[in-house]
Design a protein around this ligand. Sequence first.
Ligand SMILES: Nc1nc2c(ncn2[C@@H]2O[C@H](COP(=O)(O)OP(=O)(O)OP(=O)(O)O)[C@@H](O)[C@H]2O)c(=O)[nH]1
Ligand SMILES: [Mg+2]
Length: 469
Amino acid sequence: MTTTCLYLREDTIAAPSTPPGKGAVAVIRVSGPDAIALCERIFRSRGPRLSAQPRRMMYGTLVDPVTREPVDQGLCVAFPAPRSYTGENLAEIHTHGSEAVVRQLLEILYREGARPAEPGEFSFRAVRNGKMDLAQAEGVANLIESRTRLARAMSLRVLEGEFSRDLARIKDAVVSALVEIETQIEFPGEAEDEAVVQHLQERLQAIHAQAEALRKRSVREQRFAQGIVVVLAGRPNVGKSSLFNRLLGRERAIVTPHPGTTRDSLEGTIELQGRPVTLVDTAGLRETREEIEAIGVRRSRELLSTSHIVLYICDAAGGLVEEDRAVLKELKNRSRETRVVIVINKCDIAGKAWMPPVLDSINDAPVARASAVAEGGTDELLPVLEREVSRLLPGEADSAYLVSARQENLLSTLMERTAQAFLVLKNNSPLELAAVDLRAALQAIAELDGAQTAPDILETIFSRFCIGK
Ligand SMILES: Nc1nc2c(ncn2[C@@H]2O[C@H](COP(=O)(O)OP(=O)(O)OP(=O)(O)O)[C@@H](O)[C@H]2O)c(=O)[nH]1
Ligand SMILES: [Mg+2]
């Protein structure tokens, strides 16, 4: 039986909600039709039964109902359906944070009829029972994984339903436009047609603007988990490690006048305008027979195409040479998404008034002068880097949403299809074509809010969650 089948069952599930290992407290969650009755069988307290005191913590002893052996003392609370996280009967058992206690209680629960929960199955049930939509559930997963204040705020906004409300507004507008288009298709030839079509065109333009705004507010979660990755690369001795240290604000990497100083890549994290950035210093790119350096060079090349931004450094004396152009050309072929900034370092030697020789534009990369040693040496570079970083983590962080790659793709589809529908009307093409686009837009919305998401996709989404959530 596949996991998908398990997700779709309506039985009673149980799982630890706290991470494994020792801790002050461990929490076990049980959800499903028998959840509360099951906990009543193993929880003995002096007070009333669990079901008689919903949503109130009770103190008592957890007992194996078969052997009557006490397992631990703890707290129990019942959340009868529908007022629970999952929308089903749900109970929580709070025990001492001991692996032995948790293991034994789970064994008892499974023996007494509960099934081990799949990852994210509690949240899956919350979605199934209309407690939240799929977008909100993904917000929960992102919130749990948040490592920065910004990422947390952006996930919470999704979890609280702000994203879903924006989406619902677009959905309503698309549905009513589609109804109107279909009416036009069915009853053509009325006198006021032209005005109606004109009006529809304006509406579709507005819908597209809304979809575009939502897409722009949404930032992919990977970029926050790790930060924007900025790799400093270039030939040996151009000052990569010196600039790395300068941007980092401390002497992290070794700097010497000898080419080939850096062998291995080094990472450091900074924040640029509140956005997390991981700087990576790399070994200088050159042909070498030296074994360790050669490995470093290979690693540098790999890092280039997996980074978000490359600061490609040359020095003011040498500028960009043929080898540099070859590296940048290869990079362009390997990774279309990587942004390149060309940095001309050691401008202090060339003198303040020095301007780079006209560089023919390579990969449309912006060029910034710098000096790793002079005062104000990063004044030109920093704003360029900040601009590139903010392009990747766009929007005011205060109003942005953190989304998954899947959601990002669906939002792009929504944006493209609404644009298409608008163009169909603008170009006086057959209305049927606009209807096709709008239906595709609705499909994307349905996959975003979970109204219509295929079981295998649901499985992939929820398997990202921890067990017990
Ligand atoms: N005058 C001047 N010297 C610099 C500047 N940046 C680096 N240097 C010097 O250039 C030499 C090489 O600097 P590194 O930072 O080690 O260069 P690198 O690109 O990391 O070199 P590898 O690790 O060998 O690839 C050192 O002697 C630095 O002090 C600069 O902006 N101005
Ligand atoms: Mg170096």
